[in-house]
Write a protein that binds this ligand. Structure first.
Ligand code: ATP
Length: 516
């Protein structure tokens, strides 16, 4: 655990040192849970966004992309339920004065039961070696059985309290389970209260009657209110989807864990409109499709898992999360929800406008049902950083820190490095750069020894370094060095483009989704 915390600390400082993520307004000591993306972070973020956008809009001819405004009519948030119900149950520890989400405290406590079981399994697997039968062990070992029974009972109690919005019961669970504040170590808790997460501001000047509006807490509502606009102008036929990326804002109570939980963040959401009754089939389809999208990145299939929701929103009839193994445990990076016709029906009611679809095949009108895929761009970014950060001890004892970012997403794709700063090598290097820069993001670097330059590129995840030496002037060949293996190959300049284009292309990454 301590090792994982240490790793997470390293990732955070690495992100800052190498221009990925900076605390917002740092010269004024920062602003809680708000971050800026630096020169490499912005490139990586844009590449992730493009991977998502292309996978939605290029690979699905029935998914259209839009870009709706952050400000929306305030009634949107009444209709969506956010004004009345976008709350988190919060609890304070009276000794440390720290505030927590009651549900998160209990979820983390549940995870402790799981890790206890996992430890028992690990121990037994070591003891029994090849003959170990995990299923049989779990069904017969008294400690595992008892632990799992306790977990199950707690889980049932927790789900009931959450679904019934029973704040007293949530507090009672925290007391009964003897959950302590991680800071003070005490159990001196306040009551549990509800806290609305939306930020509000005013539009117009106060003299002419300002209107209170909200910063959108999700991008999805911009899609729902444009359902008819897109359907009609695009002559879309059900089933079809609308995708968009954009900023969302939540006044999060517990703002820890770096860019995992921010107050200003970015979402990539797609609402897929289907015939009523067909939603569970499409829910399954998108669940699998989205998991393939994640796994295609090659960070390791075991790092992902589904987690079905304990608490279904009142309008949802199925919901699951895709979780990634962060240094602080498996955490949600994407939610997939079957939202029934709740949003469209609600907007129809509040706006007084008919929001229905005429299905020519069925010769009738209906309110479509919706499957939503909703992923946080920043959490996705963090999963890539965490999944690619590697420290390798080299021969001779040196440690190399390398970000093994999927090449198509890497902020800088190719580093162009003249061996020395003279003898016409910089000019030759520039000539090669001028040729390659139309294909992808290249970086020219002539400062310091070649070894130091390689390390700098490793640290930002550059998949290829190209070295120009004296021979290049006569044989038109360069040395290409591969980030992950550090192996080197001598190739002609004319062959370069072909060698790297394959690995760097977004097109090939998109093709991987189908192969998962
Ligand atoms: P959580 O339970 O962690 O608060 P959520 O279930 O409320 O998340 P959704 O409303 O389903 O999240 O939002 C969809 C996605 O948006 C999440 O899977 C996550 O990736 C991202 N997201 C939500 N809140 C934040 C945040 N405060 N900072 C960064 N990303 C976020």
């Amino acid at each position: 655990m301590a090792q994982q915390e240490e790793l997470f600390r390293k990732i955070i400082s690495h992100s800052k040192e190498y221009g990925f993520v900076f605390p917002s307004s740092e010269i004024y000591d920062g602003l809680g849970a708000v971050y800026d993306y630096g020169q490499n972070g912005a490139e990586l973020k844009n590449n992730i966004k493009r991977y998502w956008w292309d996978s939605m809009t290029l690979l699905n001819e029935n998914v259209a992309g839009i870009d709706s405004a952050i400000f929306m009519h305030p009634t949107v948030w009444k209709a969506s339920g956010h004004v009345d119900a976008f709350n988190d149950p919060l609890i304070d520890n009276k000794d440390s004065k720290k505030r927590y989400r009651a549900d998160v405290l209990i979820e983390e406590h549940l995870a402790k039961y799981d890790s206890k079981t996992e430890k028992e399994i690990e121990k037994a697997a070591k003891r029994f070696g090849d003959s170990f039968d995990e299923q049989k062990f779990c069904e017969t070992n008294p400690r595992v059985i008892e632990n799992q029974a306790k977990r199950q009972a707690l889980h049932t109690r927790f789900a009931k309290a959450l679904n019934g919005n029973d704040l007293e019961e949530l507090r009672q669970i925290i007391i009964d389970e003897e959950i302590v504040c991680p800071v003070s170590g005490t159990r001196n808790w306040t009551e549990v209260r509800q806290f609305n997460l939306m930020f509000s501001t005013e539009i117009g000047s106060t003299s002419d009657g300002a209107m209170k509006i909200y910063l959108r807490p999700e991008t999805a509502q911009g899609i729902f209110v444009n359902f008819l606009n897109v359907q009609k102008s695009g002559r879309m036929k059900i089933p079809f989807g609308i995708a968009q990326t954009g900023k969302a804002f939540r006044n999060e109570i517990v703002a820890r864990q770096f860019i995992f939980r921010m107050r200003e963040f970015e979402q990539m959401e797609m609402q897929f409109f289907v015939r009523p009754g067909e939603e569970l089939k499409w829910f399954e389809h998108w669940k699998q499709t989205r998991m393939r999208w994640h796994k295609a990145l090659g960070l390791g299939d075991k790092k992902y898992r589904f987690h079905d929701h304990d608490k279904l929103a009142h309008y949802a009839n199925a919901a699951t999360d895709i979780e990634f193994e962060m240094p602080f445990g498996f955490k949600e990076i994407e939610g997939i929800h079957s939202r029934t016709d709740f949003d469209l029906s609600s907007h129809e009611k509040y706006s007084g406008k008919k929001i229905q679809y005429f299905d020519p095949e069925q010769n009738q009108s209906y309110t479509p049902y919706v499957i939503e895929t909703s992923i946080g761009l920043d959490r996705m970014f963090l999963s890539i950083l965490a999944g690619s950060y590697t420290e390798e001890t080299l021969e001779g004892g040196d440690v190399r820190t390398v970000l093994k970012i999927p090449p198509a997403l890497a902020p800088v794709k190719i580093a162009i490095l003249p061996l020395v700063k003279k003898d016409g090598l910089p000019e030759k290097a520039r000539e090669i750069m001028d040729r390659l820069k139309f294909n992808c993001h290249c970086q020219y670097d002539e400062k310091d020894s070649i070894g130091k330059r390689y390390r700098r590129q490793d640290a930002i995840g550059t998949p290829y370094c190209i070295t120009i030496d004296h021979d290049t002037l006569t044989d038109s060949a360069v040395t290409i060095r591969f980030r992950d293996t550090m192996s080197q190959e001598r190739v002609t300049v004319s062959a370069l483009e072909e060698i790297i284009a394959d690995k760097l292309s977004m097109k090939n990454l998109l093709k991987q989704i189908k192969n998962q």
